[in-house]
Design a protein around this ligand. Structure first.
Ligand code: KG4
Ligand code: ZN
Length: 345
């Protein structure tokens, strides 16, 4: 039997400081997440400068806790995987600098990981049997990508958003109806009490790019609807707005994903990213997949939103490919999916 490969993952691209220990890319020994939501809530969204400062305060404790609760020491770790993009540059730099310091002092290899590849890899942790190729719909606060995962670490982008990311649309609509930040989970909850057919919001299609998304139209339609109600002195039924908005977004995501599965003749579909925790999306996708005989995968909610177990998993597959970053690894705010940057040996 081959020796286990133990990876320490570190994530700090947005407002979660996270560290995790994962064996062979799939078995989680620890997954520590320190969320800054309570702080950023006061401002209605993530304040980059504050996020960086919070990461600096938290990262050492979070990494120590991840090692302790996994009952391992740095000596037992085979490599340190860290998110180096995309994300808030100041926030990313904290994780990258910490990972570099650990790699240097412990004499361990350093592996830079793409944040979105991490989200995709959360599915490997959740589902032991899942292997590429499969279609993956990544819907997070900053990204909306429909991809074919051809192999571990190898992606073909089929479609993407032209404007807002799916999670961003959830957050903006939530703010408009007074639900606060982060809006996704709140809209998800309120939708359960509303009628999804109460209001017809548009589902934007891009004429020459059937796989691309546009969510700014539906967001504006919701804002217009609320303004018109206010002008007429009519009360806004928030639950109906939430449910109808969610349906419009879910329909757009499900229809494009199914179209891709059919065209690429792939009978495995996975969801990834924070919005993959959405109950309406999971239900809609389940129904569509059943009709077409497609097997659906999605991670548990804690693995959908930002965490470091997913980074350790993606890092494992990079490590097994022989990817090693130098100690000059830098944070790259707009790192593209499938792109590897830096001195790699
Ligand atoms: O993946 P993630 O944690 O961070 C990014 O990489 O962006 O995603 C955060 C996003 C936020 O926009 C949040 O509102 C959304 O995911 N989200 C949800 C749900 N849970 C989180 N959106 C809809 N329904 C949910 N249950
Ligand atoms: Zn994320």
């Amino acid at each position: 039997m081959e020796k286990d490969v133990v990876i320490l993952g570190i994530e700090s691209s947005c407002d979660e400081t996270a560290a995790a220990v994962v064996v062979n890319g799939r078995r989680v020994l620890s997954n520590i997440i320190s969320s800054q939501i309570e702080t950023h809530k006061l401002y209605g969204g993530v304040v980059p400068e504050i996020a960086s400062r919070k990461h600096i305060e938290n990262i050492d404790g979070v990494v120590k806790e991840a090692l302790e609760s996994a009952k391992v020491s740095l000596d037992d770790i085979d490599a340190i995987a860290v998110t180096y993009g995309p994300g808030l540059v100041g926030a990313l730099l904290v994780g990258v600098a910490h990972a570099k310091a650990l790699a240097y002092t412990a004499g361990k290899p350093l592996v830079g990981v793409h944040h979105i590849e991490g989200h995709v890899s959360a599915n490997f942790i959740e589902s032991e049997e899942l292997e590429p190729p499969f279609i993956c719909m990544i819907v997070s606060g900053g990204h909306t990508h429909l991809v074919k995962v051809a192999d571990y670490g190898s992606y073909e982008i089929i479609g993407r958003t032209r404007d807002d990311a799916a999670g961003e649309a959830f957050d903006k609509v939530a703010r408009a109806i007074g639900l606060g930040y982060p809006g996704g989970p709140k809209i998800d909850k309120l939708s359960q009490e509303g009628d999804e057919n109460a209001i017809e919001f548009p589902k934007a299609k891009i004429a020459d790019a059937p796989y691309d998304f546009s969510f700014s139209g539906v967001k504006s339609a919701v804002l217009n609807y609320i303004n018109i109600c206010n002008m007429k002195g009519e009360e806004v039924n928030k639950a109906d707005v939430a449910a109808s908005f969610q349906k419009s977004v879910v329909d757009a995501i499900v229809s494009r994903t199914m179209m891709a599965a059919k065209e690429y003749k792939i009978d495995k579909v996975a969801l990834a990213g924070g919005v993959a925790a959405n109950r309406g999306l999971r239900e809609g996708m389940k129904k569509a997949c059943q009709e077409l005989g497609i097997k659906l995968y999605y991670p548990a909610p804690v693995l959908c939103t930002d965490n470091a177990a997913m980074i350790a998993s993606a890092g494992y597959y990079e490590y097994m490919k022989g990817i090693r970053h130098g100690l000059d690894l830098n944070a790259i705010a707009n790192l593209r999916l499938g792109e590897r940057v830096g001195n790699i040996r």
